[in-house]
Design a binder for this molecule. Structure first.
Ligand code: AMP
Ligand code: MG
Length: 417
């Protein structure tokens, strides 16, 4: 697909186009980091279990190790032959549990040979060297067999997985003090507009301070990238051209502003001069309809070229379109395996009436707790209203065919941090 696309895709089609391109990304650069420095990063090697997990049949309770068949009829009385604490090896300390015998055992301790279950201490009475068992167990009860959680040599954490608390815990349990991860991709941010000034400049009465570069930098960091803020580009082709050229040296270029239908919206035109391939120009969404997605410098060689997004300049449009389309691309560049966009659902507090035709992502507030969570739109003045969006903690997602959503319905929402 080259040149400017004639038809504007639906939200879902546009999202799939972004996902398709994200799935083509390969060969990212890697680095080795200390375990805790790797938290939040994406693993570029798989972590294997260096031993069985658990390494021995582990008791999950404080109680008595028994042969389940011997306590089928209760009460049953067994002879106490010893005590097994966590960290001890009963099979070298004790003889195996024989007929009519038991040993007291602590949570996390190895279940000795001869026993196949553990009775919780609450269902027992110790009387000297004898233990009365008051409740039966089935074989395996309160015991996790050796290797049940992971076999030695099996994959504990897959390459491409973001390292969260559980993944870091698994790496620790496999003795990995360092991990190989993908380097953070560099994302150039280019804001355009004659009216936009830097935040250290006192704006004239009709000038606007650049806020988009900063919201994008936060979103980029959060998605695993490193933001590189370029100077503000005026609505003038030659300056825009040289800054786009600069931005295309990064792993991904995000532009904001200049993609609407105005006389000075020059971004698409200048990208065209770079022989950009456009995957879509516009999507049937609100906010963010004018979004542009493409690639520059693609050659026959696989993976060549730089992807770019022209995000609409209205600040809420910039935030929403990053979330919907740029994030999957950035996550792929950061090494994450492709993920589907998923919405959670919440009950609508007051009805919504809307004109059909576009998929909408409207700033909303989720309140209440537990089963009584409720969501409602925040009142706003359109996609330039960052103040309203800052009061929101989610977006209500409205399918394009809907005209009325009654209060009390469950609606899909996209959470925001
Ligand atoms: P545009 O997409 O260029 O037509 O801009 C749409 C609206 O977003 C205009 O009101 C711009 O002033 C505003 N805008 C564009 N870029 C930024 C920015 N970097 N920070 C804040 N507002 C912006
Ligand atoms: Mg503009």
């Amino acid at each position: 697909m080259s040149g400017i696309a004639a038809t504007v895709p639906s939200f879902k089609d546009a999202r799939h186009l972004a996902e398709q391109q994200a799935a083509l990304i390969r060969d990212q650069v890697t680095e080795t980091l200390d375990l805790l420095d790797a938290a939040g990063r994406v693993l570029s090697e798989s972590i294997h279990a260096d031993r069985n997990l658990p390494p021995f049949p582990r008791s999950t309770r404080d109680g008595y190790a028994v042969r389940a068949a011997e306590v089928a009829d209760v009460p049953a009385t067994l002879a106490l032959i010893g005590e097994i604490r966590a960290g001890e090896n009963p099979n070298t300390m004790l003889r195996q549990i024989g007929a009519g015998e038991t040993a007291s055992i602590m949570t996390g301790a190895p279940v000795p040979f001869g026993a196949d279950a553990v009775v919780m201490v609450e269902y027992t009475e110790q009387q000297g060297a004898q233990v009365k068992i008051n409740k039966g167990v089935v074989p395996g009860e309160n015991v996790v067999p050796a290797g049940a959680e992971a076999r030695q040599g099996s994959v504990l954490v897959e390459r491409g997985q973001r390292l969260n608390d559980a993944a870091i815990a698994l790496a620790a349990s496999a003795g990995k003090s360092q991990l190989q991860v993908y380097k953070r991709p560099r994302v150039a941010v280019l804001t355009t507009g004659d009216e936009i000034v830097g935040i250290d400049t006192l704006p004239g009465p009709t000038q606007i301070r650049n806020s988009n570069s900063y919201s994008l930098a936060v979103q980029i960091r959060e998605a695993g990238g490193e933001a590189v803020l370029l100077p503000i580009a005026p609505d003038q082709s030659s300056k825009l051209r040289s800054l786009i050229e600069e931005g295309l040296k990064a792993d991904l270029l995000l532009m904001t502003g200049g993609v609407s239908m105005g006389r000075y919206d020059l971004v698409e035109q200048v990208l065209g001069e770079f022989k950009a391939e456009f995957f879509f120009t516009g999507a049937k969404i609100q906010p963010g309809r004018p979004i542009v997605f493409g690639k520059c410098g693609a050659t026959a060689a696989e993976n060549a070229g730089t992807y770019f997004f022209g995000l609409p300049g209205n600040p809420v449009s910039t935030m929403v379109t990053f979330e919907l389309f740029a994030r999957p691309m950035l996550e792929a560049l950061a090494g994450t395996s492709p993920r589907k966009l998923r919405f959670v659902h919440a009950r609508l507090k007051s009805e919504i009436r809307i004109k059909p035709g576009l998929t909408r992502f409207l700033p909303a507030h989720l309140s209440g707790e537990f089963e009584d969570s409720k969501v409602e739109l925040v009142s706003w003045h359109g996609s330039g209203d960052v103040a309203a969006t800052a009061r929101a903690n989610c977006y209500i997602v409205i399918a394009p065919h809907l005209e009325l959503i009654p209060a009390g319905e469950f609606v899909p929402i996209l959470l925001r941090g």
